[in-house]
Ligand binder design. Structure first.
Ligand code: R5P
Length: 310
């Protein structure tokens, strides 16, 4: 087995390699003067089972290109099997036509990954499970929930909790966590008037006097979460915390969250945390590297990945 790291989340790749007791393969991903990506694999990979670790996070397009070009280099170097390990699959939110003459970019990225030479995909909490169907190669979509549940118990206890989905699309994820904690479930009915702006309309479920935990796959601008927190507190919640798998946290999102009424927000390291995130009083980061490493081990040994969640 060989692990190759892209530039987007090297700490995650190093943690995975260390968990697997191996070193990262010797490879370099560089830029030409005009920012074209150039990849060189400095060791033999002929006949190897190769895992390329790369989140397609900010700058998303550069990281997608790095991943595609690394896969191309490995394919041309006769790797036996190439698995794209994508802890955060960017473009996942563009999984359907949202209007006339708009793209389905998640499908386009899936096509590109396959065409470049990926034989398998390993990812975490896809924005929508159905994105697996955009690929005609096997996809293992891991869930952060089994790691999040014990963390919630340790940090917040397990009584008087209501798990909240900040929009209707996230109900499946929130319900999974609520069931594991034996907690109540509430849903924020969110309407987004235009891209990047969210508006809370209604809360489905009784949150009065409850400690609410908002669970979502992505925090980007932070608008969805901050608006949901305000609505929950106005409806009588006694406190709001958040657990989000992918901390995209664009622009001034960290500042916005620090200034919000959210008591704490826990994200995973599927995207490498910035110094600003690490310095935040509200944000904390838990690691999914052991989960990703276990899945790599199992894929390599051809054993069950789903049993990680039994
Ligand atoms: C949307 O469907 C996602 O699950 C997130 O709720 C959304 O991407 C969060 O974006 P933002 O933080 O910009 O409101």
């Amino acid at each position: 087995m060989k692990l190759v790291s892209g530039n987007s989340n090297r700490p995650m790749a190093e943690a995975m390699a260390s968990g697997l007791g191996i070193s990262l393969a010797n490879a370099s991903i560089r830029r030409f003067a005009d920012m074209e990506v150039f990849v060189e694999i400095h060791e033999n990979v002929r006949g190897e089972d190769v895992f390329v670790i790369q989140s397609t996070s900010y700058p998303a397009n550069d990281h997608v290109m790095e991943l595609l070009i690394t896969i191309d280099a490995l394919r041309r170097a006769s790797a036996r099997r190439i698995t794209a390990v994508i802890p955060y699959f960017g473009y996942g939110r563009q999984d359907r036509k949202v209007g006339s003459r708009t793209p389905i970019s998640a499908k386009l990225v899936a096509n590109l990954l396959t065409e470049a030479g990926s034989n398998r995909i390993l990812t975490l909490d896809l924005h929508a499970g159905q994105i697996q169907g955009f690929f005609d190669i096997p996809v293992d979509n891991l869930y952060a929930a089994p790691g999040i549940v014990p963390d919630i118990r340790a940090m917040l206890g397990d009584s008087n909790l209501t798990i909240v989905s900040p929009d209707v699309g996230g109900v499946f994820r929130a319900r999974q966590i609520a069931q594991r904690l034996d907690a109540d479930l509430a849903i924020v009915d969110k309407r987004r008037e235009r891209a990047g702006v969210s508006e809370v309309l209604n809360i489905i479920g009784d949150v009065s006097g409850r400690r609410c935990i908002i669970v979502d796959d992505i925090v980007d601008s932070g608008g969805t979460l901050c608006n949901a927190a305000t609505a929950l507190l106005e409806a009588g919640a006694c406190g709001v915390d958040a657990y989000i798998v992918h901390g995209v946290l664009s622009g001034s999102a960290v500042e916005r969250i620090d200034a919000s009424e959210i008591a704490s927000m826990t994200i995973t390291d599927s995207i490498e945390p910035t110094p600003e995130i690490l310095a935040s009083q509200t944000l904390r980061v838990i690691t999914v590297a052991p989960l990703m490493a276990s899945a790599v081990q199992r894929i390599s040994e051809e054993s069950s990945v789903s049993s990680l969640f039994d």
